[in-house]
Design a protein around this ligand. Structure first.
Ligand SMILES: [Mg+2]
Length: 320
């Protein structure tokens, strides 16, 4: 059952009023939060196999690509995740360890991760993390070219930790994003994605999520996705158009994700973002067991642990 009202959830909450939370069932919220984080990892692991392929190359090689098999240009093991999930976990660990928002802890975790020679790291992320390592830079300078999807792909932990406060979401979002990407189009994408995650985790219907996206496209018309152009590159506009197209058209977690990754392009990241959104919307019962069984067990165990802690430490978790 979806929840009754989500209207209070995008209001700015300065003083927590326990009565505001009476409509919400924390068990359902925890379930959707877990599904969002696990869905992100599944989308990453599924999509990575077909990253940089075109939709027609995928169709001629696989028909419809829909199984977690590893490989791809990164030569992954089946169920192995990439930078999308790893950077999200860096943020999640920083919050859980600090029991608070600490941008320095996030930056330290990004730096340690980059030093660990990750399987993949985008150029803009690498540049921002290196600026922190070399100069302590916590906010990369504004750059019209830094509109890749690298800040959006790691949004989930700050959405969980800020539940359901839109003002906190915005603060954490911009701070984490600007470690590597300082661009108004990236910022708008990150904030909208965070708002969609808040709404979906709190039980909103797709029609409500669609209205939130319409708000984005009225301010930034380039995000309009109907008619869908079929571009799925790492440019955050292409990425979100692909996710929106398949998320709003799909009738299940499986359909949303399969449609998304079969567009190819930056398929691990479109998969990760669609996976977090569809996971938040459909909950754990929507996630196919055949995919869950293929995932790296240590990654899933850590996701389960940090997700519960992030929700418990959020404004929502602290009133239950
Ligand atoms: Mg990746």
């Amino acid at each position: 059952m979806r929840l009754i009202s989500v209207t209070p959830f995008l209001r700015v909450i300065h003083r927590l009023d326990v009565n505001m939370f009476n409509h919400y069932n924390l068990d359902e919220i925890r379930d959707r939060a877990r599904a969002a984080f696990i869905g992100m990892a599944i989308g990453d692991a599924l999509g990575a196999t077909v990253e940089f392929m075109t939709a027609s190359e995928i169709a001629s090689k696989y028909g419809t690509f829909k199984e977690i098999i590893g490989g791809g240009w990164l030569r992954l093991k089946p169920g192995q995740v990439t930078d999308d999930t790893q950077m999200a976990l860096c943020i999640a660990r920083a919050i859980v360890k600090s029991q608070a928002w600490s941008l320095g802890a996030v930056a330290d975790n990004f730096a340690a991760w980059l030093k660990s020679r990750p399987v993949d790291c985008g150029d803009t992320c690498r540049k921002g993390i290196r600026a922190y390592m070399l100069h302590g830079t916590m906010e990369t300078p504004p750059n019209e070219w830094d509109a890749g999807n690298g800040a959006a792909m790691r949004m989930l932990p700050v959405a969980l930790f800020s539940l359901p406060d839109g003002e906190l979401l915005r603060k954490y979002t911009l701070e984490q994003a600007h470690l590597t990407h300082n661009n108004p189009v990236s910022d708008a994408a990150c904030i909208c994605l965070g708002e969609l995650l808040h709404l979906a985790i709190c039980g909103a219907e797709k029609s409500r999520l669609r209205r939130q996206v319409d708000g984005l496209t009225s301010r930034f018309p380039s995000f309009a996705f109907d008619p869908y152009r079929g571009l799925a590159s790492g440019y955050v506009v292409d990425t979100l158009q692909t996710v929106f197209h398949w998320f709003f058209r799909g009738k299940s977690f499986d359909e949303c994700l399969v449609g998304t990754v079969n567009q190819g392009g930056d398929a691990d990241t479109t998969g990760a973002i669609c996976g977090m959104l569809a996971g938040a919307y459909y909950g754990m019962e929507g996630i196919p067991q055949r995919w869950l069984k293929k995932m790296d067990r240590a990654v899933i165990a850590e996701i389960e642990s940090v997700t519960l802690k992030l929700v418990a430490a959020s404004p929502l978790g602290t009133v239950f």
